[in-house]
Design a binder for this molecule. Structure first.
Ligand code: PRP
Length: 211
């Protein structure tokens, strides 16, 4: 039965989108409209049961926390940084990488007589990480190409995700510390999980069976 209020799914633009759509298709959702070349930001599945919004990855937790989206797909790196109040019922297993501290080989904080300069897209996460370690830091927030930090002398190290390691290698850097594994997660709005449980719970089960 098609209900009047569609289930809204927030999908991250970029590297995780394709695999997220693949999983939804395997759940039997008609995702053909999502593959068309369009500038539209709100798209429906074939039967109008689902509505999809494409947003910047960092905004997925915000849409889901506030209930503007019932569900979302987002990297664990983004969840760690954004720290929003959402359910995170499933590790989707794709988009696997590692959150790391990286810098020039042999770099050691022991030699520093000032705060460690850390360039990162994950400012809140990196600050909390070094606070737990009791290391004084100067966090330098960047929005991309973070590896440039040590290379150009802007920072001593970076805190960033490492997937293949090729970007580090190409820039003469290496992993200094592995912080935690990262992968894509399914997130759910806490109220939606109760009020739309008849639709959302079976979908979570289906996705669980696939991943
Ligand atoms: C990410 C990340 C690293 C790179 C790691 O950047 O911030 O720079 O990928 O991947 P690798 O280990 O396979 O080389 P992204 O490609 O998202 O671009 P950005 O630098 O604009 O953030």
């Amino acid at each position: 039965m098609i209900q009047s209020t569609p289930i809204t799914f927030a999908l991250p633009k970029g590297r995780l989108a394709e695999q997220a759509i693949e999983i939804l298709e395997q759940c039997g959702i008609d995702c053909a409209p999502l593959k068309l070349e369009t500038r539209k930001l709100v798209l429906s599945d074939g039967v109008g049961k689902f509505r999809f919004i494409f947003v910047k990855p960092a905004d997925v937790p915000t849409y889901v926390e506030r209930g503007a989206a019932d569900l979302g797909v987002v990297g664990k790196d983004t969840l760690l940084e954004e720290n929003k109040d959402v359910y995170e019922p499933l590790d989707l297993k794709f988009g696997a990488c590692r959150m790391c501290v990286a810098g020039f080989p042999g770099f050691s904080t022991a030699e520093l007589s000032r705060n460690l300069r850390v360039a990162t897209k994950y400012a809140a996460f990196a600050r909390a990480y070094y606070q737990r370690k009791g290391i004084g830091v100067d966090i330098i927030k960047l929005n991309g190409s973070v590896e440039l930090g040590p290379v150009i002398g802007l920072s001593d190290v970076i805190v960033d995700i490492v997937e293949s390691g090729k970007t580090l290698e190409a820039n003469g850097l290496c992993v200094l510390e592995e912080i935690c594994p990262i992968s894509a997660r399914l997130v759910v709005n806490k109220v939606s999980l109760k009020t739309k449980s008849a639709d959302i719970l079976p979908l979570i089960e289906k996705i669980k069976g696939i991943v």
